[in-house]
Ligand binder design. Structure first.
Ligand code: NAP
Ligand code: MG
Length: 401
């Protein structure tokens, strides 16, 4: 069989620990035998990030802007323990944070649904994709612990010196204060990324805030979304047969619990932080969650939602067998390959991605899975496979397809 040819390289960002091991196995077993794989390789493993003073991360982000599609392996975000473990020159920033800042993106997370791993919420039949705004609000706050009686004011000073001043509260005793902000630019990027992703995946888009209470702050989010929708997206949504729908956050939460799924839920930063953990754990497992960063000008970076699975890696280093789930990493590759195929008009690449996803799901539905899933499945006949044999089982299913 002739290998599938690619025209534009994918930006390949290698990573750390157990996921770096899975990365190579996936390439060797599931990709290289079938595709004349064209990638521009960046080693984001912590050692090389340290060696290059993290320049490699910045370079990989620039390459992503240039080519439009990247696939990323999980990476270590250094903490104090990693400083000594890897003898680091500096506590390098989170690569995901660096890439997100460079691409000005929004992160979309969606569960991979298989029969036998049922969501805790009975009526969720289709995935719910969570889109989290990743800038500002309480994550960039300024706080004061008020010691006693006094007046708190909110002051804005324009560049020409004019002031806007509002009294927050006349304190009669001790209390607390918090200042938060967001920018129209960031909210606009967030809105566009959500609308584009909805069109891309042909799913309805829900957005909710607390605009009835926060009449300026949250209302600004609502207005920007509505304005962009009407000017740039309404017709495209109608043509695609999908809907944009705004409601109050309390109403959204209630509706999500009763819904069947199959839509994108856009959330402000804090709502997205809290709700993405609820949605992902209710769907079963972090190892079955994909994540894609989409920039407002349509650049895509695909990855798994989980980390480098450090505990398994240490077992692997000791020569012990591991049963680490590679599904989310396989789907990061298929997502990126499908997008590359779509942009370059290579049908075979898109079909390949669809088939590999189907093979992965069918393998699990046939009872062959890693330990994490075996613990939560409702299937009766289960074969627990190690990391390598699961990937080999997927290849067998794929070859049959
Ligand atoms: P983690 O790698 O997500 O793993 C936490 C635990 O979840 C594992 O010990 C394992 O549980 C289970 N798990 C996660 N993924 C799994 C998989 N694919 N298959 C089977 N089980 C899986 O989180 P962490 O241990 O907190 O973080 C490790 C490193 O990852 C850190 O250095 C962190 O900075 C980094 N990280 C990177 C990213 C990213 O690059 N996107 C995201 C998060 C964390 P059991 O041990 O019980 O089997
Ligand atoms: Mg969280």
């Amino acid at each position: 069989m002739e290998k599938i040819k690619m025209t534009t390289p994918l930006v390949e960002m290698d990573g750390d620990e157990m996921t770096r091991i899975l990365w190579k196995m996936i390439k060797d077993e599931l990709l290289l035998p079938y595709i004349d794989l064209k990638t521009e390789y960046y080693d984001l493993g912590l050692e090389y990030r340290n060696e290059t003073n993290d320049q490699v991360t910045l370079d990989s982000a620039e390459a992503t802007k240039k080519y439009g599609v990247a696939v990323k392996c999980a990476t270590i975000t250094p903490n104090a323990a990693r400083m000594t473990e890897y003898n680091l020159k500096e506590m390098w920033k989170s690569p995901n944070g660096t890439i997100r800042a460079a691409l000005d993106g929004t992160v979309f997370r969606a569960p991979i649904i298989v029969k036998g791993i049922e969501p805790c919420v009975r009526n969720w039949e289709k995935p719910i994709t969570l889109a989290r705004h990743a800038y500002g609000d309480v994550y960039k706050n300024t706080e004061i612990k008020v010691p006693g009686a006094g007046k708190a004011e909110l002051v804005f000073t324009a560049e020409d010196g004019t002031e806007i001043r509002e009294t927050i509260h006349q304190f009669t005793g001790a209390g607390i204060l918090q200042g938060i902000h967001n920018t129209d630019k960031s909210i606009t990027s967030f809105a566009k990324a959500c609308f584009n992703y909805a069109l891309d995946t042909k799913q309805d888009l829900w957005f909710a805030t607390k605009d009835t209470i926060s009449k300026k702050y949250d209302h600004n989010f609502k207005d920007i979304f509505q304005d962009i929708y009407e000017k740039e997206y309404a017709e495209k949504f109608t043509a695609a047969g999908i809907e944009y729908f705004y409601t109050l956050i309390d109403d959204a939460v209630a509706r999500v619990m009763k819904a069947k799924g199959g839509f994108i839920w856009a959330c402000k930063n804090y709502d997205g932080d809290v709700m993405s953990d609820m949605v992902s754990s209710a769907f079963g497992s972090l190892a079955m969650m994909t994540s894609v960063l989409v920039s407002p000008d349509g650049v895509y970076e695909y990855e798994a939602a989980h980390g480098t699975v450090q505990r398994h890696y240490y077992k692997h280093l000791k020569g012990e067998e591991t049963s680490t789930n590679s599904v989310a990493t396989i789907f990061a590759w298929t997502g990126a390959l499908r997008k590359r195929g779509e942009l370059d008009g290579i049908k075979e690449l898109m079909t390949f991605a669809d088939k590999l996803e189907k093979a992965t799901i069918q393998t699990i539905e046939a009872g062959k899975m890693t330990k994490d899933l075996a613990l939560i499945t409702s299937l009766k006949e289960v074969t627990v496979l190690n990391s390598e044999n699961f990937i080999k089982a997927v290849r067998e299913t794929f070859d049959k397809l």
